[in-house]
Design a protein around this ligand. Structure first.
Ligand code: 3HC
Length: 301
């Protein structure tokens, strides 16, 4: 069944090569998923060789785990590893049909990335963003072809979480949207079309819920009590374990975006802002080593 609001699937263009901007954890998880499900070459780009090596190394490590679990054969594992490569320049995207970015959540940074990508990719290449909360329409404002920009928002861990939020910006055309849905289907995700609104749908829900748990702790509820109070809802992990998984910098950024858009409904915890700014374990994450690299790894949406 066609998802609500999805365009005619026959408009979808073929994807034979994928580019991923960023080689952090989110980007590397995506690279593996694209290679595994689309079975096409995937090129990661980042600012330095060390980050690229780490990203490609992560993919190889995950492939080894799949092999050990018997999910892929030795041949498939070798093929998968060969499909994923790293490049320091975006020239490697010259023959890509689908480029997705998972760089730091900052509108100016993402706009700069797409300006660089647009200069090298073919005319019909889809430009996708894994942003958690930023406006698609604003992101596409300076593109030559904003009609090929689409939101493609994964959830952590990318390999496991079934949902994909697909976002249509003011200019996104039907062929781009149809390609995004077709790719989502091949990735075996359940894709939904969401409005281009601050933090879309899932992160609005998550921020409401996390905002209240954080407020309870800020108001004096012991951390442990707040963690366990949610057991009754049967959630797969405690709220602060989730904060650690998503990354406090990303969580804070989403909360700030929502506070700006809806100041009466969303607040920003000062304690959380201090924790992210200091880069040190704080009240919510007493055992967490919040090193800058870990923050950077989780940045990107
Ligand atoms: N990468 C790949 N696979 C992973 C993984 C990872 N990081 N983490 C877990 N898995 C796999 C395991 O390998 C295992 O697979 P298998 O059954 O095939 O062997 C399966 O997931 C289950 O893992 P575990 O048995 O180790 O652990 P759990 O059953 O506790 O599940 C979890 C772990 C899937 C992370 C679960 O706790 C969960 O669903 N947590 C909620 C996550 C969530 O809410 N994510 C949304 C965050 S919001 C977001 O990302 C948006 C952003 O914009 C902020």
């Amino acid at each position: 069944k066609r998802p609500a609001g999805a365009p005619d699937p026959s408009l979808a263009r073929k994807v034979t090569k994928v580019g991923v901007v960023g080689a952090g954890l989110m980007a590397s998880q995506m690279a593996l998923l694209f290679a595994r499900r689309l079975e096409v070459p995937v090129v990661l780009t980042d600012l330095d060789q060390a980050r690229l090596d780490k990203g490609v190394g992560y993919v190889h490590g995950e492939v080894d785990k799949l092999l050990a679990k018997g999910r892929v054969s030795a041949d498939q594992a070798n093929r998968l590893k060969a499909l994923v490569s790293g490049s320091l320049t975006k020239d490697a995207f010259a023959d890509a049909d689908f480029v997705i970015e998972a760089v730091f959540e900052d509108l100016a940074v993402k706009k700069q990335v797409f300006a660089e990508v647009e200069a090298v990719v073919p005319a019909e290449c889809v430009l996708a963003t894994n942003t958690s909360s930023l406006s698609l329409t604003a992101m596409g404002a300076d593109l030559k072809h904003p009609e090929r920009l689409v939101g493609f928002h994964f959830f952590n861990p990318v390999a496991v979480m079934p949902l994909l939020e697909i976002i249509r910006g003011a200019a996104t055309d039907d062929a781009t949207l149809a390609t995004a849905f077709a790719v989502g289907k091949t990735l075996k995700k359940s894709s939904v079309l969401v409005k281009d609104a601050p933090a879309f749908v899932v992160n609005r829900l998550l921020t409401c819920f996390m905002g209240e748990v954080v407020a309870a702790v800020d108001e004096g509820t012991p951390l442990e009590t707040a963690e366990h109070a949610l057991d009754g809802l049967g959630l797969p992990m405690t709220p602060f374990a989730l904060l650690q998984l998503v990354g406090p910098a990303v969580g804070l950024h989403v909360a700030e975006t929502l506070h700006e858009a809806f100041p009466d409904r969303f607040g920003v915890s000062e304690n959380m802002a201090k924790l992210v700014e200091s880069g040190k374990p704080g009240v919510y994450l007493p055992d967490f080593t919040l090193d800058p690299e870990a923050v950077a790894l989780f940045a990107g949406g």
